[in-house]
Design a protein around this ligand. Structure first.
Ligand SMILES: Nc1nc2c(ncn2[C@@H]2O[C@H](COP(=O)(O)OP(=O)(O)OP(=O)(O)O)[C@@H](O)[C@H]2O)c(=O)[nH]1
Length: 799
């Protein structure tokens, strides 16, 4: 055995020297069977990428990592991360990919503007809706600046120099962190922007308003963060406002969002006397001074705040003890954890999604934004600390872990597309390997090999050209034709990553250019918006010939109408916004339909036989053929499938999309000369219509997850309003002052709700809605809708 082991070692060493990794790996694969200890140590050492890269065996090191990813038992992801090349580990340790997400108007853009200013990315501060009319850097679109709202998420990057005490000497030294940052819109209509940002980010800053605390949209953002397992720090903004109370926000995060949270700071002064914060971990006061708060001054904790700060510090440690074992142990040992231990625990618990540290400040008053940046570096994960998975097509879709290691093969996700003056701009998050200018990558969806002609780092609407981008970073590339959500990989890899969640459209309206001469520009605009935004959908209604656009809400669609005017000079005429209903069937119906036309010359003939039934869920429609004996040829069956798909776009009841419907064609007949693809397509469509109508058709309406928050005294009024709308109340969280209620409401019943809510709560209540699922419309509504659609159809036919 020992002789075999020696021979193996020699073989491996020769293989490594010759760079023949395959031989080495083959040898390593059987090596664990060796029992003698020295050999095992040697094997482990040779499996250790750090050991290999120290010896200049970078390729071998990368191969060990690659093997480990395919065979998780050979090396755990933690081990891969631990074993990163020290230089690589140090680089990643200083990278943060973060997003800022919050309720509307909480100050995301204002805070981002400060971040850019303090990190030296911009020279002056401009306010959202500011008097200088310049507008904030990240709201680069004219429409955003005018309306003072963020419509599109914007990416930027900056370097933050963080002052860190040396662990040995205690002396302060500078540490440079590279932060890629995405500012997202707050309005629910632009929720896809939040979804795709969160899909590719490693951590987030959740901003709350110091006066309002957890608001309806905060609950939605919380749900999105949970969907993508995003660790977050919380920043209570607007501490300068009258009525500011950060403790309300802390309680809201604990009670309403149900995330253990504790403040890591207490405010010094309040409202317009707000001066700064006391850092509870180090018990130091931090003031932002100078014209724009750019000078950070540290001091002792003010005497009058000392006992309050001590109390909140105890609360922080207690909250941590509930979620972190090491801090729990210090309790058992009856000792107070050191500042370094508390900090480490906050980091561990935040990354483990068990805790959110709460910071506070005022972006507009230029106070305490820098400590928030420090917290981003201290508590949010670096790219190597986040588990990112892909599916390997070459190994039966097995899950593989991606490691932010530069020398591994490239894997990246295109998460956002934007049309620019220089062609399509594609935002890419690099998960593994490096993306280099001029290199070739493969689109995992299409299998197409594409060249990367230009790589840029985005700074809102400006760009900075770079030659390459490292693993764990975010960039944008030009001239790459792809769809949003596509995975790109280097050559031989068969990986693809799961894409983001795209909510269904709930509102639609008919649209057409006012002047027919504008049609080409109109089509161009529609095509572009559709490519950029997966929640913006367009279809042509066959019967009426109208173009119908659908989206997430009235604001969403009105922004596109406005953009057509501004960016494409197209004035349009739109119909009334309508709920995007769906249609389905409830029963099984057999069909046997023959299309036969004889109008002299070649006629039309097609016969299709089969059945239609519900798929059992309200998801994708399905078409299947089960022809035996070749009664319908493959070519014609393909035409039948096309006919089915076309029928599903415009349902027979209202002309809305069909869901959850299965059609099978299992017999039929073909005529020697009169049959054609068109005849089979039409026959299928006619059969569909007949069978659908006979199969207890049902109109489905969108149900919205609705979150309402208001002061407690109005709870009765709101429940009354919801009962009138037949809403199903799922949950009510009552706090000391206000409550958050979650309910499923039909979108149809929510028109006009905002003004009624305002009236019922003296303007103090607010709500946000997000599409939840489709459910059968009440029979009376179905009757009315079908009657209206029939009348419109009859009128069209008259014309
Ligand atoms: N008093 C006070 N006002 C603030 C503060 N931060 C932001 N604001 C104001 O709040 C309003 C909204 O700020 P934005 O930064 O646009 O908020 P946002 O969250 O980016 O908005 P959306 O992206 O549209 O949801 C603006 O009028 C800001 O001037 C703050 O710290 N104190």
């Amino acid at each position: 055995m020992r002789g075999v082991g020696l021979a193996r070692t020699a073989l491996r060493q020769t293989a490594l020297r010759n760079g023949d990794w395959t031989a080495c790996r083959r040898c390593l694969a059987t090596a664990p069977f060796l029992t003698s200890r020295p050999h095992n140590d040697r094997v482990l050492q040779q499996r250790n990428p750090q050991w290999l890269s120290r010896r200049g065996q970078a390729t071998a090191a990368a191969a060990v990592l690659e093997t480990a990813m395919h065979d998780p038992t050979s090396l755990s992801q933690d081990a891969i991360v631990e074993n990163l090349d020290p230089k690589e580990a140090a680089r990643l340790n200083k990278v943060r990919n973060i997003g800022i997400a919050a309720h509307i108007d909480s100050g995301k853009t204002t805070a981002t503007e400060r971040v850019l200013f303090y990190t030296g990315r911009i020279k002056d501060i401009h306010e959202v809706r500011g008097r200088d009319a310049v507008g904030a850097k990240m709201d680069s679109m004219d429409l955003e600046r005018e309306k003072g709202i963020t419509i599109q998420s914007a990416a930027t990057f900056c370097d933050w120099i963080k002052k860190t005490p040396d662990p040995v000497t205690g002396e302060m030294k500078d540490e440079k962190y590279h932060i890629n940052l995405i500012d997202t819109p707050g309005h629910i209509d632009f929720t896809i922007e939040v979804e795709r940002a969160l899909r590719v980010l490693d951590g987030a800053v959740m901003i709350l308003c110091a006066v309002s605390g957890v608001q309806s949209q905060t609950v939605t953002v919380d749900r999105q963060m949970r969907r993508y397992n995003i660790p977050r720090i919380s920043f209570v903004n607007k501490m300068d406002r009258a009525g500011a109370n950060p403790w309300k926000a802390v309680e809201g995060i604990n009670q309403k969002l149900k995330i253990p949270a504790a403040a890591v700071q207490v405010p010094i002064g309040a409202e317009d006397g707000f001066k700064g914060v006391v850092d509870l971990i180090r018990m130091k006061a931090i003031y932002s001074e100078g014209e724009n708060g750019e000078v950070v001054r540290e001091d002792e904790c003010p005497e009058d705040l000392r006992s309050f700060a001590q109390e909140k510090r105890r609360l922080l440690i207690e909250t941590l003890a509930d979620v972190d074992e090491e801090i729990a142990d210090t309790f058992l040992e009856e000792r107070t954890p050191s500042p370094a231990e508390i900090k480490a625990a906050v980091r561990r618990a935040t990354i483990a999604l068990k805790f959110s540290p709460v910071l506070m400040g005022s972006a507009l008053a230029d106070k305490s934004v820098q400590p928030m940046l420090d917290a981003v570096c201290d508590y949010l994960p670096n790219p190597a600390e986040v588990e990112n998975l892909a599916l390997d097509r070459k190994r039966a879709e097995a899950q593989v872990k991606l490691v932010s290691y530069n020398s591994l093969p490239f894997v990246g996700l295109a998460f956002k597309l934007e049309e620019s003056n220089f062609g399509q701009l594609t935002y890419v998050r690099v998960y593994q390997g490096q993306l280099k200018k001029g290199s070739y990558v493969v689109n995992a969806r299409t299998g197409q090999k594409v060249k990367i002609p230009r790589i840029v780092r985005m700074h809102s609407n400006e760009m900075e050209e770079v030659q390459e981008i490292g693993a764990g970073e975010i960039c944008a590339v030009f001239g790459v034709d792809c769809a949003s959500g596509d995975t790109f990989t280097e050559g031989g890899l068969g990986y693809s990553m799961t894409s983001m969640f795209v909510p269904d459209a709930v509102i639609s309206l008919s649209i057409k250019p006012k002047n027919t001469k504008d049609t080409p520009n109109f089509s161009k605009a529609i095509a572009r918006f559709q490519r950029e935004d997966p929640t913006f959908r367009v279809h042509n209604e066959v019967e009426s010939g109208e173009t119908i656009i659908s989206g997430m809400g009235e604001l969403h669609l009105s922004i596109y109408v406005e953009r057509m005017k501004r960016e494409y000079s197209v004035e349009v005429v739109t119909g009334q916004p309508q709920v995007a209903y769906r249609e389905t069937i409830q029963g099984r119906v057999n069909f046997d339909h023959t299309l036969k036309k004889q109008t002299g010359g070649a006629g039309d003939y097609a016969r299709v036989v089969g059945f239609m039934e519900p798929t059992g869920n309200l998801g994708e429609n399905q078409f299947e053929q089960a022809i035996t004996g070749g009664t319908i040829s493959e070519k014609y069956l393909l035409a039948c499938d096309k006919g089915f798909q076309a029928s599903c776009i415009t349902g027979p009841l209202l002309g809305h999309r069909v869901l959850g419907t299965y059609m099978q064609i299992n017999d039929g007949a073909t005529h020697m000369t009169d049959s054609s693809e068109l005849a089979f397509k039409n026959a299928t469509q006619q059969a569909f219509r007949k069978a659908f109508t006979a199969a207890q058709p049902q109109v489905l309406e969108p149900l919205m997850k609705t979150v309402i928050n208001a002061p407690n005294e109005f709870q009765g009024n709101i429940v009354g309003l919801l009962n009138k709308r037949n809403a199903v109340i799922n949950d009510t969280e009552i706090g000391p002052e206000d409550f958050v209620l979650t309910a499923d409401c039909s979108l149809n019943s929510m028109f006009g709700f905002s003004s009624q809510l305002r009236a019922a709560t003296q303007g103090k209540g607010e709500f946000s809605m997000e599409f939840s699922h489709y459910a059968p419309a009440p029979p009376q509504l179905q009757k009315e809708l079908v009657a209206k659609a029939d009348k419109e159809r009859a009128e069209r036919n008259k014309k």
